[in-house]
Design a binder for this molecule. Structure first.
Ligand code: UD1
Length: 421
């Protein structure tokens, strides 16, 4: 089991270039299953979640080459319709093959993804959408199986703007007969990236980025070359790192409009943020002030940034109220932050954070990806040494995390070992 050992307290400076977006890649790779041609995708981060999705495509029969940050996917010879339990358990996003497989082959079978450590994550919205497009859905023996002779366009209104359901339904509708209108769709930038990718492949999709998406079905789809948008959650994580360490950092490869809610909130804490065409400069030279925030679907404050900004609140002046509206169990980092001296109380979906002057280094364990990056941030600002265990969670979503941090002057090492310290 690998761990991070971090010695906190360094002020950071310099420039860091961020990677392509994990969540964008995790929807664009399944979308390759729609194409009879070859899909070439650039700026693909080398993350463990991306390798799992590569394996999902390969187990369906696609040929995948991953060199540097470019992935080439050839789905002309898909030979299987089933994703095994082992892979769906490793990564929930493997459910995103359902829409493309049903659309192109009229069949898909995957082990039920089930819950995860941040809360129960049903697929009811995905499946209701597929049924509206004419698929028969059978749920038994722990598997979800979809069948359709030919999907037909339809009108769907989501109960909640689910990101995954929006993506799965868009992909299902691309090769359906007729037009699909999806209302109350999620508006995340990754959905706009998916639309751009698919339209370059030959689909007719309009409206991504708004809550009404219109998809006109087409007969077949061909080759495409595409560059993934920058990772807005990695960007928000580095913005928080700069804010908390009283640093001067330039973060390169960011689309600031994708981060507006986070930038606005971090600015409220007293940090200076200057937006440039392709990046942001963050200057923090005083103790930050506590602020309140609530997680919301895009363009609101992202749930994937809640844990990291909570650490900033833990050392800011005053009391902050943080409300988690997207997932029901996304405060697992709180107990670990308390070990480091944070004063945080959880009441249902709300956290009350009373800022302390200092955190102190401790042995902590991470339970999920963003909780993991939050604990690293805490370690960077704490007095003394912090050991963050279970960092395989962090490897799911941050490419070369420790190298990027060391480039800014942080003291962080990846070590092997089973002992606590
Ligand atoms: C995606 C992101 C994840 C992010 C989340 C919310 C990827 C690979 N992952 O996850 O990083 O945290 O968006 O921004 O892009 N829900 C239902 N029924 C459904 C689907 C969802 O009740 O059929 C609920 C979920 O339980 C959850 C909420 O809707 O409470 C949001 O989930 P959703 O937007 O679907 O998130 P994901 O697509 O799984």
């Amino acid at each position: 089991m690998e761990k991070y050992v971090i010695v906190g307290g360094n002020s950071l400076s310099g420039k860091v270039r961020l990677s392509g977006g994990k969540n964008s890649v995790l929807t664009i790779l399944p979308a390759c299953l729609l194409s009879k041609g070859v899909c070439t995708i650039h700026d693909v981060p080398r993350l463990s979640d991306v390798f799992v999705m590569k394996e999902v495509l390969e187990c369906l029969g696609a040929r995948v080459d991953f060199s540097g940050n470019t992935m080439v996917v050839d789905s002309s010879q898909v030979t299987s319709i089933e994703v095994p339990d082992r892979l769906t358990r490793l990564m929930r996003a493997s459910n995103l093959v359902m829409g493309p497989m049903l659309s192109r082959f009229g069949q898909a079978k995957l082990a039920y993804p089930g819950g995860c450590s941040i809360g129960s994550r049903p697929m009811d919205q995905h499946l209701r959408g597929m049924k509206t497009l004419g698929a028969q859905i059978i749920e038994k023996h722990g598997y979800i199986e979809g069948k359709a002779t030919k999907l037909q366009g339809g009108e769907i209104c989501l109960d909640f703007p689910s990101v995954g359901a929006t993506e799965n339904i868009i992909m299902a509708a691309t090769l359906a007969k007729g037009t699909t209108i999806l209302r109350n769709a999620a508006r995340e930038p990754e959905i706009v990236d998916l639309q751009n990718f698919l339209n370059s492949m030959g689909t007719k999709i309009k409206g991504a980025g708004t809550d009404i998406i219109r998809i006109e079905g087409v007969r077949e789809l061909g080759s495409v070359e595409h560059t993934i948008i920058p990772d807005r959650i990695e960007a928000g994580t580095f913005l928080t790192i700069a804010a908390i360490n009283q640093s001067d950092i330039y973060i390169d490869n960011i689309i600031p409009e994708h981060l507006e809610a986070v930038i606005a909130k971090v600015r409220e804490t007293g940090v200076e943020i200057y937006e440039e065409a392709n990046g942001i400069r963050v200057i923090s030279n005083q103790r930050t002030k506590g602020i309140d925030f609530k997680t919301m679907p895009f363009p609101g404050f992202p749930t994937d940034m809640q844990a990291q900004v909570m650490v900033l609140m833990a050392v800011s002046e005053g009391t902050s109220i943080i409300t988690e509206n997207i997932f029901e169990n996304r405060f697992k980092h709180v107990d670990e932050l308390r070990r480091m001296g944070a004063d945080i109380r959880v009441e249902g979906r709300v956290c009350i954070v009373k800022g302390v002057k200092k955190l102190s280094g401790a042995y902590v364990e991470t339970s999920d990806l963003r909780a993991g990056s939050a604990l690293v941030i805490a370690g960077l600002v704490a007095e003394g040494a912090t050991v963050v265990a279970n960092i395989y969670h962090i490897d799911r979503g941050y490419e070369n995390f420790e190298q990027k941090l060391r480039g800014l002057g942080a003291q962080i090492l990846r070590v092997n070992g089973t002992k606590e310290r």
